[in-house]
Design a protein around this ligand. Structure first.
Ligand code: RFL
Length: 411
């Protein structure tokens, strides 16, 4: 039989072997949360991460965390610093047709978003898992390979960064939390899982600017030249997005072009001027999405971006990663400590319910963001009709607020 994947082999006989209960691959929000939950339940686990601690604690990405996710982090003793430092956001603003339209979702629903940069959350989670709860985490590992996933004792091997030695970790479960570019998803033979994909054919120039926000909330600019977004991250740093051709070169976007385009696309009557600042991150993201179904293959369980990717259109990816992690951490802990396998049996279906709900909302929002600039006057017309409905119909506003906040769900 041919090996279906470069990352799935039968375990090598040489090298040092350790026996563990759970190996978590990846120290992002998903992996660290699973590990912290396991540690709290006294389930033995080890986390493997290819990058350094410093790198994962400073990698800029998400900023918006949903209320239910913070509540769950809090219930598990993981939100102390977040609750001290996060900002609360209760409104967003759409700008289209040269006007500003504020959407006060806090007033409408009584709920809000937390804004807390992902590196701060990752820092808190590493600290809690490794420093406070004494968890085993190995940074800088390389050549992570999965073995024997169909057996009761799968294994993960890797190369130790200090000694260059190859180590084998035999375990009961592998949690695949290594993000969109990891190896665990590829260890599932193609005939054992379906990967549903969607490519919007659109790029976003993702920018981080060393400048205070230019509005007190998230701003979506829906403009014939393309979408533009303004997302406050902290009093000193603001994230901006500019729609661009997919695969565009960030070097095509020098400082002056970026700020001129932001001013045009976010311009509206009475809007405060944008505060310009140095661009400290500039990268092009293609708006594509995928979902692996099921998220489980033998003793491998995928969580977060490893199992499903949603482009940052609706700021949902990290929230989904946390949702998976709560379900998975609880399910493994229930199985190991009480022999209760119901959570594991239902994990994939329970996680995917929210994943598909958020994917659908992202698609809907993607149509709104990009319709006016599509070059298709019919699409532009229906996009503006949708936007006006949000501000004219209380029922449409309530439905949007619920999906934007992710407030209808398991937790
Ligand atoms: P991560 O965070 O990518 O973590 C995976 C970890 O695995 C490591 N790794 C490996 N480790 C061991 N062996 C291997 N072979 C490995 N390969 C990789 C990686 O180094 C990494 O440390 O996945 P996780 O935990 O699933 O978390 C997902 C979130 O990071 C992601 O969904 C969000 O960042 C998406 N996202 C947003 N989500 C939100 O909910 N709200 C937002 O406002 C938001 N904004 C964003 C975003 C993503 C962005 N980018 C860059 C794609 C803004 C941007 C610009």
């Amino acid at each position: 039989m041919t090996d279906p994947s470069p990352h799935l082999n039968s375990a090598p006989g040489d090298g040092r072997t350790e026996n563990r209960t759970v190996v978590v691959v990846g120290a992002g929000p998903a992996g660290l949360t699973v590990a912290a939950l396991l540690r709290a339940a006294s389930v033995d686990c080890v986390v493997l991460e290819t990058e350094s601690r410093r790198f994962v604690e400073t990698r800029p990405r998400a900023g918006v965390i949903e209320e239910w996710a913070v509540r769950e982090l809090g219930r598990r003793g993981l939100a102390e610093r977040l609750l001290e430092r996060a900002e609360s956001h209760e409104a967003c603003e759409f700008r289209f047709d040269g006007e500003r339209y504020r959407f006060p979702y806090g007033e409408l629903t009584g709920h809000h978003h937390y804004v807390y940069p992902q590196p701060m959350l990752v820092t808190d989670l590493v600290r809690e898992y490794a420093d406070v709860r004494g968890g085993d985490i190995r940074f800088g590992v390389s050549d992570v390979t999965l073995h024997d996933l169909d057996s009761d004792r799968p294994a993960v091997s890797y190369q130790c960064p200090r000694t260059g030695e190859r180590l084998l970790l035999r375990c009961d479960f592998v949690a695949g939390c290594d993000g969109a570019r990891g190896v665990t998803r590829d260890a599932i033979p193609p005939e054992r899982a379906r990967i549903a994909r969607q490519d919007d054919g659109i790029g976003w120039l993702a920018l981080l600017a060393e400048t205070p926000p230019s509005a007190d909330c998230v701003v979506f600019g829906v403009h014939p030249r393309g979408f533009a977004g303004h997302m406050p991250r902290s009093p000193e740093v603001t994230r901006y997005y500019l729609q661009c051709p997919p695969g565009d070169d960030p070097e095509n976007w020098p400082h002056d072009r970026v700020w001129a385009e932001l001013r045009t696309r976010l311009g509206a009557a009475g809007a405060p001027p944008l505060t310009e600042g140095r661009l400290i991150e500039k990268r092009v993201l293609d708006m594509h999405h995928y979902v692996v179904e099921p998220l489980v293959h033998g003793r491998l369980l995928l969580a977060g971006d490893a199992g499903h990717l949603t482009a940052p259109i609706a700021a949902k990816g990290m929230n989904l990663a946390l949702h998976d992690a709560f379900l998975l951490g609880d399910a493994i802990a229930a199985y190991v400590t009480r022999g209760d396998g119901s959570g594991l049996a239902g994990y994939s279906a329970a996680a995917l319910r929210r994943v598909w709900d958020y994917q659908e909302f992202s698609q809907w929002l993607s149509d709104i963001y990009h319709g006016v600039a599509s070059g298709d006057p019919f699409r532009a017309g229906t996009t503006l009709a949708r936007l006006r409905r949000l501000f004219g119909s209380p029922a449409a506003a309530a439905a949007f607020a619920e999906q934007y906040l992710g407030s209808a769900g398991t937790f």
